[in-house]
Design a protein around this ligand. Sequence first.
Ligand code: MD3
Ligand code: FE
Length: 219
Amino acid sequence: MRDASVLDLFGDPPQVARTELAEGAVVLHGHALVAAPMLLAAVTEVSAVAPFRHMQTPGGHRMSVAMTNCGNAGWVTDARGYRYAGVDPESGVAWPPMPEAWAAFARDAATAGGFPSFASDACLINRYEPGARMTLHQDKDEIDFAQPIVSVSLGLPARFAFGGLRRTDPVRRVTLAHGDVVVWGGPSRLAFHGVDALKAGVHGATGGYRYNLTFRRAR
Ligand code: MD3
Ligand code: FE
């Protein structure tokens, strides 16, 4: 049998603290810290091709969070509603491809969160500036709710609100910090959630912004 200390040093992938928020919802604290520079470099590359924009809700409100996408499909909203689109409606051309390293990262994170064999085909990239927020909602534009969503928080911290399957269910608030990864699956996949208004600040990796990547199986 191998010595336990040798196993710790050489055998296992990095282990991070985890918080079980609810059944199927687990925060992997700092799980993306090593990957963060790679993830942020690719955000710059994606947004050079598909720039961040403030989309309109079906009700005609400008979203305070700026968004872009990569992958085979991208989440969009406008007067016609919420949906996944294969092309960027601003340019009429395909979204930038999902970087290989992103898909691999999301698959590994999902496995660590208890959902092996997650194959994401879309990544929505949210950019929060001070005051930007996301009101309580469900993510239900995807085809298969058996697939989890993997979210990665980068830059300034945010207060995240996590409720139940009904809008009126009580919410828990947790801070999501730079490098935190959350896997949302099983009974938590359709839970209501939102993000409180971002507080102004400066982060060494992102300046005055918070970015959130959400990996999804859209189609
Ligand atoms: C729980 N984004 O893009 S990430 C979204 O921080 C979204 O930008 C937030 O909600 C953000 O739709 C929250 C955490 C998250 C993402 C998807 C979920 C939590 C979720 C889907 C189901 C349940
Ligand atoms: Fe959401």
